[in-house]
Write a protein that binds this ligand. Structure first.
Ligand SMILES: Cc1cc2nc3c(=O)[nH]c(=O)nc-3n(C[C@H](O)[C@H](O)[C@H](O)COP(=O)(O)OP(=O)(O)OC[C@H]3O[C@@H](n4cnc5c(N)ncnc54)[C@H](O)[C@@H]3O)c2cc1C
Length: 409
């Protein structure tokens, strides 16, 4: 496989780097300190054409690939995790789901929000349904030409800043029969019954709110339902398929943060002197740097592969899961080692290292934990469904026992 960037991608990367190393790097500490959503950065991202890049041209976007978006996200995250996150969610995740599965009207609507600077919110997780997302209790009841949604989501990135929301819910027909899981579009300040609840005080990525999204008799027209291609029964699987692009984006953010921290450390070890010599002369530190470089390379290759192989579709679930697991674990280790190389200075809030360590911590949790993603990989390599509920596991065991008995008879 050839991972050389094209001339156009190199130009794109240079443009993204220039913007990131200019105003975004300068503002990153302030965004972290004030915990304010960086609207100025949003405006600059939008003006540079870095929001909605993956939206097809016929809807006003540039029809760029996931790899193009990945290259841009990486540059942003090297200096400002929050801006990287906005770049992810305005090019991947909810927006790609709608652009792929949505009706013409839904695509037009979603594209116009994103191209106007909105980072859509994807609302899946609930207080009682985290890793076990299919146990969500938010429900959408069909009432004539409308659906009425009730339920509560939490840890929704951008809640309160985002306008467009894609809300996952169990769908029921007018007789109360459950049809499966679907995604509903709603707009903050327009859709009645959509309310933003409490904000979480987070460890890192503090400039982007993580908050509750509450649906109280939230009524939407029936055409607000984004119908998964195989229908509602397979709705969750299809919608999560679309979510794999977001996983590549989240992994890329982790990559960018690690690269940023590594870059600072590489410079520092060549200027800081102890025992009468620059500290890079100590072999223990040389090997730390070498390990950091190796791990960064490994994550970058896996992420670029997952993004490049997506082509015009979504990234492969296993490639996306593998890449995110590697990138998330790597970013925790590399950012922490980079801080270590600064000694006490790394522990100070005057330098960006401690922020980078805090920002890097989230990627093995959000968007599928490191454990759940390993289960996704295990399921693929074993070529088996791996139910996590006791009932599901027992049923599988009974099936296997029956098959063995049948074979013996
Ligand atoms: C910063 C951040 C941003 C987020 N943004 C969003 C968002 O925009 N939209 C959204 O919908 N959600 C979002 N989330 C929520 C995120 O997707 C969930 O936190 C995640 O799915 C895990 O759910 P949980 O926190 O309830 O952990 P739990 O599911 O309660 O898991 C607790 C622990 O048990 C482990 N575990 C659980 N089940 C298994 C199993 N079967 N096998 C092995 N280990 C298991 C987990 O890996 C974890 O270590 C975000 C989270 C964070 C931290």
């Amino acid at each position: 496989m050839d991972f050389q960037l094209s001339a156009d991608q190199k130009k794109l990367q240079a443009r993204a780097r220039e913007l990131a190393r200019g105003s975004f790097e300068a503002r990153a500490a302030e965004i972290d300190r004030t915990e304010q959503y960086p609207w100025t950065n949003v405006e600059e991202l939008k003006n540079a054409g870095f929001m909605g890049m993956t939206i097809p041209k016929e809807y006003g976007g540039q029809g760029r690939t996931f790899l193009d978006a990945t290259i841009v996200i990486e540059q942003m995250a090297q200096v400002c995790g929050v801006t990287g996150r906005i770049a992810v969610e305005s090019n991947m995740g909810a927006i790609s789901t709608v652009m792929r599965y949505g009706t013409e009207a839904q695509r037009k609507m979603a594209a116009s929000f994103v191209l106007d600077g909105d980072k859509p919110a994807i609302c899946i997780t609930e207080p009682g349904a985290g890793s076990a997302a299919t146990e969500m209790t938010t429900r959408a009841d069909k009432r004539g030409d409308t659906y009425v949604l009730n339920g509560k989501k939490h840890w929704i990135t951008g809640a309160g800043a985002s306008r467009l929301h894609l809300i996952f819910a169990r769908v029921f027909d007018e007789q109360g029969e459950e049809l499966g899981i679907g995604g509903f579009l709603a707009v903050r300040d327009v859709t009645k019954g959509l309310r933003i609840g409490n904000r979480e005080p987070t460890m890192g990525l503090r400039g982007i709110p993580e908050a509750e999204v509450i649906m109280e008799d939230m009524e939407v027209a029936a055409d607000a339902l984004v119908m998964p291609p195989r229908g509602l029964r397979k709705g969750f699987a299809d919608l999560m398929d679309a979510y794999n692009s977001q996983r590549v984006g989240a992994g890329t953010m982790a990559l960018g943060i690690a690269e940023g921290a590594y870059e600072h450390a590489l410079q520092y070890v060549q200027t800081r002197e102890q025992f009468g010599r620059p500290i890079y002369e100590f072999q223990g530190l040389q090997w730390m740097l070498a390990d950091m470089a190796i791990q960064i390379d490994c994550a970058q290759l896996m992420l670029y592969r997952a993004a490049a192989n997506a082509g015009a579709g979504f990234p492969d679930a296993t490639e996306a899961a593998k890449a995110k697991v590697v990138a998330a674990d790597m970013a925790i280790k590399v950012s922490n080692d980079a801080l270590q190389l600064f000694g006490a200075a790394g522990y100070s809030r005057r330098l960006p290292l401690e922020r980078m360590v805090r920002d890097a911590r989230m990627f093995s949790i959000g968007g599928g934990t490191a454990q759940i993603l390993r289960t996704v990989v295990a399921s693929r390599i074993l070529d088996k469904k791996l139910p996590q509920t006791r009932d599901g596991y027992l049923e599988l065991a009974q099936q296997a026992r029956r098959a063995k008995k049948d074979a013996a008879e």
